[in-house]
Every structure is written in C-alpha cells, then in structure tokens.
Design a protein around this ligand. Structure first.
Ligand SMILES: Nc1ncnc2c1ncn2[C@@H]1O[C@H](COP(=O)(O)OP(=O)(O)OP(=O)(O)O)[C@@H](O)[C@H]1O
Ligand SMILES: [Mg+2]
Length: 258
C-alpha cells in the first residue's frame, strides 16, 4: 500500500511560482490499477516523481506499507517502484544495447548471478513479446512499440511491486497502443503488480482501472472507484471529461452523465 499524506509541491521559475500539488491525500492499495487523469499541468507527473523519489515534496509524507519513503532511497526501496514513461527514449540510453539496458537493473539489484544475466534478459524480452535477437540491437533501430516494450522489460527486471506508467502508450499509434496496453494487463496479472497509470485516455481508464483520481491544478477534483465515478461523477469537471470520451455504442452513450 502506498499512502500519500497531505503532499504539496511548489515550483519556482524566475518570479513565478506554481503550486504543482496542493495537499494531496491518496491511498493506493496493493494490486490496484490506479488511474491518474486530469488536464495538462494538473500535477500528474509531479506526483509520479515524488512517489519515485525524483522530487522532494515541500510538505506531507509518503509511505510504502509501514515504511516512510524519503527522497533518498536505499536499494531495496528503489527496487520497489519502477517507472515507464511516455517517451521510451527518455529511459533508454541510445548508446547502450538492449542487453545492456535490461541487464543494468539486474546487476544493480543483484537479481541473478552474472552467468545467468543473458538467460534472464532473454526471459524478460520474451515476457514483452520480443525475440532474443533484439539483445544486440540499439534503441534507435527499434520501432516505437518495440522501444516501449524494452522500457517495460527494463522496469520489470528490477522485480518491482509497483509500476508507475506515465502515458505509456500515448506516443504510439492506435494499433500498437492496444497491443502494449494488453501486454501491460497481462504483466500486471502475472506479476501481481500495482499500477499507477497516468493517462489522458478516459476510455482506457474505464476499461482497466479499478480506481481513478481526477486532478485539476494540483488538487484532487474527484476520487473513487472507477465504476462509481463514471456512473455518477460529482464534479462538473469530471462530468465534462467523461462526456468528452468518444463512444462507439449507443449503450455506452447512455452511461454518460447527463
Ligand atoms: N521541474 C519543474 N520546474 C518547474 N515547474 C515544473 C516542473 N515540473 C512541473 N512543473 C510545473 O508544475 C505543474 C504540473 O506539471 P506536471 O508535469 O506535473 O503536469 P502533468 O499533469 O503531468 O501534465 P501533462 O499532462 O502535460 O504531462 C505545471 O504547471 C508545470 O509547468
Ligand atoms: Mg505529465
């Protein structure tokens, strides 16, 4: 369980200040597929970065089960929570082969012995639907979907409990999007993972998330079980978001809040 306790974060740029997060309280339970939605600039990535220990919050505290997480993390704490970003190139080093990229977390976290590295990298590649031949390739020789699969394999290598997915499919075309999404769902089941899933795509939220938080300008606009929020949104902003989802079936249209 991740407990986010009254967390605030301000940024200062020249003479401007931005309250990126303002007194955020959330509980993310084990095995949740916890969706974070909200307009651009609402604080979603900032929240992810605080959970990951990339940024230090100004106020509030963060817990993983009974353990408080500070910005400086020990190896075990770093292993727990892994990140998949929108643009895989921000996590894949263009100068490193796929083998070297995926084996790095295996070595850092001492997941397998040295002579088992190659076998483990092959296994991780196969989890994400890629052939072992990809090990010797460099990221810029891969398609967008393949790069994102490698980024997912790299995140899985550390054997985390939680994956933070920050718009993991939005840089991909529609067909590849649904393939990567299905892969993520399969992996979640197989490894009993908790997902914190940041997305702009509310139809994805409706299909895969059990809980959803709607953020706006650094505050929580609405939070609840996805079904309840979709059937009976409380805030005007959430209603607007839901009404903006393109629907395919009349039946789906009837579910929209009036
Ligand atoms: N490192 C930073 N320095 C200064 N300001 C920042 C920094 N990171 C984020 N901000 C500001 O904080 C606010 C929240 O940004 P954040 O990236 O969390 O939004 P977001 O919800 O992830 O948006 P998007 O959907 O566009 O990715 C924005 O106003 C942004 O400009
Ligand atoms: Mg963002």
């Amino acid at each position: 369980m991740i407990k986010i306790n009254n967390i605030s974060k301000k940024f200062f740029i020249k003479n401007n200040e931005v309250q990126a997060l303002n007194k955020i309280n959330l509980i993310i339970e084990e095995k949740d597929c916890f969706a974070v939605v909200g307009e651009s600039g609402s604080g979603k990535t900032t929240l992810a970065n605080i959970i990951l220990g990339v940024y230090q919050q100004d106020k509030g505290d963060l817990w993983f089960n009974e353990e408080q997480l500070h910005k400086t993390r020990n190896l075990q704490q770093r292993k727990l929570i892994q990140y998949v970003q929108q643009n895989p190139m921000s996590t894949l080093n263009p100068k490193k082969t796929i083998f070297s990229t995926i084996s790095l977390p295996l070595r850092i976290h001492k997941i397998v012995k040295k002579n088992e590295l190659e076998e483990r990298v092959k296994q991780l590649l196969s989890y994400v639907g890629m052939e072992p031949e990809f090990m010797v390739r460099y990221p810029d020789t891969l398609s967008g979907g393949q790069k994102q699969r490698v980024a997912i394999a790299r995140a899985l290598a550390a054997e985390p409990k939680v994956l933070i997915l920050d718009e993991p499919t939005s840089a991909l075309d529609v067909i590849v999007q649904s393939k990567v999404l299905n892969l993520l769902l399969k992996i979640k089941m197989e490894f009993n993972l908790t997902y914190i899933f940041i997305t702009h795509d509310l139809s994805v939220v409706r299909n895969i998330a059990n809980k959803v938080v709607v953020m706006k300008k650094g505050i929580i606009e609405e939070f609840g079980e996805t079904k309840k929020v979709f059937l009976n949104p409380q805030s005007i902003y959430t209603k607007e978001l839901i009404n903006a989802i393109p629907t395919v079936l009349d039946k789906e249209d009837m579910l929209k809040p009036k």
